[in-house]
Design a protein around this ligand. Structure first.
Ligand SMILES: Nc1nc2c(ncn2[C@@H]2O[C@H](COP(=O)(O)OP(=O)(O)O)[C@@H](O)[C@H]2O)c(=O)[nH]1
Ligand SMILES: [Mg+2]
Ligand SMILES: [Zn+2]
Length: 216
């Protein structure tokens, strides 16, 4: 199982990174879970941002579980630990999202380096440079990895990208054309689902971006 750790801000949450990572995991049939960290940084002004992210990645819509957490207040950390109990999970995510901090939260005696953020850009500084397996409890372990700037999905064939968006799956057979790629074809059931709000416009927008990228 892979935990995609992203912070709500500092560094800023980016749909591109998260959607790429989710697609890459789905392509490998790897169960992916979103961990939305730094919830403690959410102030009143961030309500809209928070709602936007929680709506876009609502597990009921996407099928990917999501845990809002904070390594500062401990919010959501018990639920997350319970969820990964008995498993070995790998974490990925942008540099500075708080992957190492999360491990340290669960295992305070651990000798690991937490990065500082660049004060100007709020970006991480790639403090973790190699992957490391850290046992949390007797039957649970986390693999901390180096942060990534971007997640490549170049290896996913263009016609298969649609299968890496789990929320599309129940509509696929209702498209008028069997080879519909859900871009501008008439009678597309995926696009109808986007229009009536069943599929997130942001998630669909990322699908279109990724398809365009594969064209160029
Ligand atoms: N406010 C806040 N800061 C956090 C949280 N988790 C991590 N940080 C900070 O984010 C920075 C990067 O953390 P680090 O664990 O090195 O990120 P990594 O690159 O994903 O491993 C550090 O300054 C941490 O103290 C959190 O939940 N809330
Ligand atoms: Mg780290
Ligand atoms: Zn379609």
């Amino acid at each position: 199982m892979v935990l995609i750790v992203a912070s709500i801000k500092h560094p800023q949450f980016t749909d591109g990174f998260v959607c790429r990572a989710l697609s890459a995991a789905s392509w490998k049939d790897l169960k992916a879970t979103i961990v939305l960290n730094k919830m403690d940084l959410c102030s009143k002004q961030d309500e809209e941002l928070k709602t936007r992210i929680l709506t876009t990645y609502d597990p009921e819509r996407t099928g990917y579980p999501l845990f809002p957490v904070s390594c500062i207040t401990g919010r959501g950390t018990d639920e997350l630990l319970e969820y990964i109990k008995g498993k070995t999970v790998v974490m990925t995510g942008p540099s500075g999202a708080g992957k190492t901090s999360l491990v340290k939260y669960y295992n305070p005696s651990l000798d690991v380096k937490i990065g500082s953020l660049n004060p100007r850009t709020s970006k991480g500084k790639h403090t973790t440079v190699s992957a490391r397996l850290i046992p949390l409890e007797s039957d649970t372990a986390v693999i901390d990895t180096a942060g990534l700037r971007m997640f490549s999905i170049d290896h996913i064939p263009r016609n298969d990208l649609q299968f890496c968006f789990p929320e599309f799956s129940k509509y696929l057979e209702n498209c008028r054309f069997r080879n519909c790629l859900h871009i501008s074809e008439p009678g597309c059931a995926v696009k109808s689902a986007v229009e009536n709000g069943s599929i997130s416009k942001i998630r669909y927008g990322k699908y279109i971006n990724f398809m365009d990228e594969k064209n160029s």
